[in-house]
Design a binder for this molecule. Structure first.
Ligand SMILES: [Zn+2]
Length: 155
């Protein structure tokens, strides 16, 4: 079920805490700028496609989510004057294009990883423009059912 606040499917409460029944559903992204982009990034970041048990369906799903995220970022970037971010976004699109040429092998995953990394950078630029702190996916890990996904500290 998609969260009404950010539009993305995440856990109804952080892992290990009881879900609140009734009342408004809590959203960890609520109230912060670009909630949809941040949530869209994190559901990919913590997605099954990056785990060792991923199958081709997981990869295809992540690819669709990545394409949607990049298009959403492009829309958010449209009114901003951020030429460097636009370049990064173009690199993300190029990485996705390369990923789509390959089979679902390790190279495809690598290019998808690159695209996600560029997307994260552009979201960070957008947040900076709004005077908000950078987006740290690790802060939201508990909201996703992804204990198997390796966490990369350099993001
Ligand atoms: Zn939410």
């Amino acid at each position: 079920m998609n969260c009404p606040a950010c539009g993305v499917e995440h856990l109804p409460a952080p892992a290990g805490t009881p879900a609140v029944s009734g009342g408004p559903r809590p959203c960890p992204y609520g109230g912060a700028p670009y909630a949809g982009l941040r949530a869209g990034h994190d559901r990919i970041f913590f997605g099954r496609w990056r785990s060792t048990e991923a199958n081709s369906l997981d990869v295809r799903k992540a690819r669709n989510q990545l394409n949607k995220l990049l298009n959403d970022i492009a829309g958010a970037l449209e009114p901003e004057r951020l030429p460097a971010s636009r370049k990064d976004l173009n690199k993300a699109f190029e990485a996705m294009h390369t990923a789509e040429l390959g089979e679902d092998g390790p190279e495809t995953l690598l290019y998808m990883d690159h695209a996600l990394s560029y997307a994260h950078r552009v979201i960070g630029d957008l947040l900076h423009e709004k005077g908000a702190p950078p987006h740290a996916p690790g802060d939201f890990a508990a909201w996703y059912d992804a204990p198997e996904v390796p966490f990369r500290e350099d993001w």
